[in-house]
Design a protein around this ligand. Sequence first.
Ligand SMILES: NC(=O)c1ccc[n+]([C@@H]2O[C@H](COP(=O)([O-])OP(=O)(O)OC[C@H]3O[C@@H](n4cnc5c(N)ncnc54)[C@H](OP(=O)(O)O)[C@@H]3O)[C@@H](O)[C@H]2O)c1
Length: 244
Amino acid sequence: MTDASQFIGRSAVVTGGSRGIGLATAIALRSAGADVLICGRSADALEAAAAQIASVPAVAGRLVTQTADVREPEQAERLIASAVEQLGGVEILINNAGVGRFSPLAELEVDDWREMIETNLSGVFHCCRAAIPAMKQRGGGWIINVSSLAGKHPFAGGTAYCASKAGLNALTESLMQEVRRDGIRVSCVLPGSVDTRFAGNESSADAGWKLAASDVAQTVFDLLCHPPRSLPSRVEIRPSVPRK
Ligand SMILES: NC(=O)c1ccc[n+]([C@@H]2O[C@H](COP(=O)([O-])OP(=O)(O)OC[C@H]3O[C@@H](n4cnc5c(N)ncnc54)[C@H](OP(=O)(O)O)[C@@H]3O)[C@@H](O)[C@H]2O)c1
C-alpha cells in the first residue's frame, strides 16, 4: 500500500527536469510533498517548468531550479552541492537528462556521438559520483536512471543512442550491487516510445499510441514507494498497443 506522505520533506534531484519525463516526474514528486531540484541547460526552460510545477497543487514541498550541464563533472558536483545546501541533502536522484540523434553510423557527426555518450552515460556517472557520498552520509538513498528499451533492443540508425543506454543499463546494475549494502537502492526504468519533444519530436495527433511522460513518471514514483526491503532494479514500460 502506498503511503504518499512518505515523500513529505524528502529531497529529490531530477536532471532534465525542464520538460518531458523529467518535468512529469518533478510534478509527481513535488505534488506528494518532496522538495525538488530540477536542472537543465536552458534557464528559460527551467523558469517555464517551475511555473508549471508551481501551478499543480502540492501537499508541501520546495522547488529549486538550477542550470547545469550534466556532461560537465564540475557542474554535476555543483548541482548536488546545491541540493545539499538548499534542500538539506539528496535522498532521491533521478538521472533523466538525455539526448538522441539518429542516423547511420557513417553519417553520424563526431559531436553527436560525443553528446549522446557524454549526456546519457557520462552525465549519469558524474551525478552519481557526486551524490553517493551525500547519500551515504544520510544513511541511504534512491538513484533511478531513466534508460531506454533502445539499450536492450538496438536498431539501425541508433548506434550511439543504443550504446549509451546499453552502457547505462550496465552502469546501473554494477552500481546497484556496489551500494545496496549502504542503503542506496539503484534502479533503471526502460521506456519505449514516449510522447515528448525528445530528439526534436513535436507532439502530434498521431502520437496517441505512445506512452505519456506522466506514465513514466508514475513508474518512477511507484518504484520510490517500495518498502526498504524491496528493490525492483529494472523496469520496462512500453505502449500497450504499438504502432503497426
Ligand atoms: N521520449 C522517448 O521516446 C524516450 C524513450 C525512452 C527513453 N527516453 C529517455 O527519457 C529521458 C528524458 O527524455 P524526454 O523524452 O523527456 O526528452 P526531452 O523532452 O527532450 O527532455 C530532455 C531533458 O533533458 C535536458 N537535458 C538534455 N541534455 C542535458 C544536459 N547535458 N544537461 C542537463 N540537462 C540536459 C533537457 O533540457 P535542456 O535541453 O534545456 O538541457 C530536457 O529537460 C532521456 O534520458 C531519454 O533518453 C525517452
